[in-house]
Design a protein around this ligand. Sequence first.
Ligand SMILES: Cc1cc2nc3c(=O)[nH]c(=O)nc-3n(C[C@H](O)[C@H](O)[C@H](O)COP(=O)(O)O)c2cc1C
Length: 228
Amino acid sequence: MDFDTLVHERRSIRGYKQKPVPKEVIAEIIGLAKGAPSSMNTQPWHFHVISGEPLDRIRAGNTERNLAGVPASREIPMHGAYEGIHRQRQVDIAKQLFAAMGIDRYDKERRHDWVMRGFRQFDAPVSIVVTYDKDLDPGASIAHFDLGAVTYGLVLAAWTRGLGAVINGQGIMQSPVVREHAKIPDDQVIMTCVAMGYPEEDFAANNVKSVRRETDEIVTFVGFDEDA
Ligand SMILES: Cc1cc2nc3c(=O)[nH]c(=O)nc-3n(C[C@H](O)[C@H](O)[C@H](O)COP(=O)(O)O)c2cc1C
């Protein structure tokens, strides 16, 4: 698959076949993703690939805490709720997903169910918890940048192997649960997790193509001929 096709075809996958993913395939994907650039080649990342019983314990713990109203406890600093245009884009993708799934905006029960699916990492057979070296905290924004690069590599590489994935902030919202069951060492910080598995073809949300801003809107060229 050429790069342009890969970038255009990839999309977040939120419905999975209950089919195990071989360890070797995941190792291959991580092997490709680790080609990402990092600040001064520090490569501050670690990947914890969780499946089976431990992943089920994470799903159960997340669900329990979220239903009990335990506030989010991530290990990375968080912004507040999105506002303005950022909130608008958040609403737009939610509308696309709900429309695909036939979830009415007033159907509280199904909307709640969708949120809970996210906390269960969309029932994916695999979750890759991405962490970085704690000695880079506080002020680890460059490490966060490095982890963003490697995580995009993960989802792209997965796609080339016929696997789907979604970067899943919800999955680490209750980070103490993830830390306990994934046995994350104390010298690492949990950044995010990526749910991964073979896409369920009949799952409508898997076909949602999110919209991107026009290139003209996000780019400023300086010093080109026409500006002179
Ligand atoms: C840092 C980060 C966290 C995300 N967390 C979630 C999440 O918790 N639940 C979810 O459904 N999607 C999550 N996503 C996926 C985004 O919603 C998705 O990438 C975006 O809507 C663009 O869609 P696409 O990936 O299909 O192109 C996350 C993506 C990123 C980069």
